[in-house]
Design a protein around this ligand. Structure first.
Ligand SMILES: *Cc1c(COP(=O)(O)O)cnc(C)c1O
Length: 476
């Protein structure tokens, strides 16, 4: 396979940013060549012979250089920077397997300390009575939260002699793709509540139309991926209170706090979205988003051990050890857990507050500048999580759209995606910026200038930009 073919194959599977090379071999620039060193390696099958470590290193290093610049990637929520001490700790602990609790009892103890700290940040009534675990990220954490809801519903239905073959889950149409996976993989019917101009997020409106005796739970998102807005967990809970009064159904909430779970405790401490809302039984977050750890680490916590059905917990005996586990994976890296603990110690509550506040300040600055530009209209301003989206003002232009702006900005290195909103707003295209630790005020000012210049260029066109080949997709 040539690199061109490799790219064509990837493109056949949908949008890709795969790099195209010029050759069917992976080669080193001559500057690195030394006598006797073969630098001509195939790309899609294992090479016949060994290479020098320096050669292999340089090839992988050089190829990965062609990825986008992480610091200018305003599309991702995932952390791209940690300090030197974290890097040292990472290198020292890269060999630790999280599942080997017997061999690495201290890492296991630190994992427990971490989820208890997280349970405390989320106002669990008694973190000692809560139960939690680390995961590889929010996707796994959401799967576990969803599975616990499903099992709990099944057990209750069985106890009443009722059928358990039609479970459903109620969620916003703007959920992250991991919930679609959960419903697909575990045979749960997703009941999507569409977002509209009046109800920009799941807010409890008409919830009674979606909830019935087969509902295993409702998902509330703290930081909708599309826009960064919080869903009002307390409002959703009140709607479920009313449903319980009328029907007797006691439906619980899982909060998907992938990003907000590590923002709200610091920036919006008075907002009641967590275990202060009695209906919330479990909460998940991505430690590698605003938890500030490298990928992949997540946390999931249940209010009390009783909220996690005991028959989901495995007691694994492994190499003489004995441990309860609730996870989809067996082996996985343990280093990130140590990195999370390092950050808790290093930053403390105050440090986390200051880091998150700095991101929010930059988000508010950027959304303020974009709101001033006549071409745009804000969808939200980044005052929930430091993420905001905007749309093209109706009637501003028929020459270009936000995909063109995204392309123009990419010329400057900025990765700022445009995408359609989910149901019922699929006709609406928005563009979104995720402000993370590391996007400084200076960089943000440069970005504002780059956006202004791109808009001036596009507005000055005499005829419309072509729209062929524009990729309208979004899976973040
Ligand atoms: C990112 C995200 C997820 C998935 O998290 P990963 O850590 O990437 O697996 C789930 N839900 C929401 C709301 C997210 O933003």
């Amino acid at each position: 396979m040539t690199i061109a073919e490799e790219r064509a194959a990837a493109a056949a599977h949908g949008p890709t940013t795969a790099y195209t090379g010029i050759n069917d071999r992976t080669q080193l620039n001559p500057i690195f060549a030394r006598p006797g060193e073969s630098t001509d390696l195939p790309v899609d099958r294992i090479p016949d012979n060994e290479s020098l470590p320096e050669t292999a290193y340089q090839i992988v290093h050089d190829e990965s250089m062609l990825d986008g610049n992480a610091r200018l990637n305003l599309a991702t929520f995932v952390g791209t920077w940690m300090d030197d001490h974290a890097a040292r700790l990472y290198a020292e602990s890269a060999d630790k397997n999280m599942i080997d609790k017997d061999e690495y009892p201290q890492t296991a103890a630190i994992e427990t300390r971490c989820w208890k700290i997280v349970a405390g940040l989320w106002n669990a009534p008694d973190p000692e009575k809560a139960i939690g675990t680390s995961t590889v990220g929010s996707s796994e954490a959401c799967m576990l939260g969803g599975l616990a809801l499903k099992r709990r519903w099944q057990l209750a239905r069985k106890a009443e002699g009722k059928p358990t073959d039609k479970p459903n889950l109620v969620l916003s149409s703007a959920v992250q793709v991991c919930w679609e996976k959960f419903c697909n993989y575990w045979d749960v019917e997703p009941r999507y509540v569409p977002i509209t101009d009046e109800h920009k997020v799941l807010d409890g409106h008409e919830l009674e139309k979606y909830v019935d005796e087969n509902t295993i739970g409702v998902v509330a998102i703290m930081g909708v991926t599309y826009t960064g807005m919080y869903e009002p967990v307390a409002e959703i809970s009140k709607a479920l209170d009313r449903i319980q009064e009328q029907t007797g159904l006691d439906v619980k909430i899982h909060v998907d706090g992938a990003s907000g779970g590590m923002i709200a405790p610091f920036l919006q401490p008075d907002l009641e979205w967590d275990f202060r809302v009695p209906r919330v039984v479990s909460i998940s977050t991505s430690a590698h988003k605003y938890g500030l750890v490298y990928p992949g680490l997540g946390w999931v916590v249940w209010r009390t051990a009783g909220d996690l059905p005991a028959d989901l917990v495995f007691d694994v005996t492994y190499l003489g050890g004995h441990m309860p586990t609730f996870a989809l994976n067996f082996s996985r890296p343990g280093a990130q857990v140590l990195l999370q603990y390092y950050l808790f110690l290093r930053l403390g509550f105050d440090g986390y507050y200051r880091v998150q506040k700095a991101s929010q300040d930059v988000a508010l600055y950027l959304s303020g500048e974009i709101a001033k530009m006549p071409a745009f209209e804000l969808w939200n301003d980044g005052s929930d999580i430091p993420v905001f989206a905007w749309q093209l003002k109706k009637g501003h232009t028929d020459k270009w759209n936000l995909y063109h702006l995204s392309e123009r900005l990419r010329l400057k290195g900025w990765l700022i995606p445009a995408y359609p909103m989910p149901d019922d707003l699929t006709d609406l295209t928005v563009q979104r910026i995720v402000v993370r630790n590391g996007l400084s005020h200076n960089l943000a000012e440069s970005l504002v200038v780059d956006i202004q210049e791109a808009v001036e260029y596009l507005d000055a066109l005499e005829s419309p930009m072509p729209t062929e080949g524009q990729v309208h997709s979004f899976t973040h």
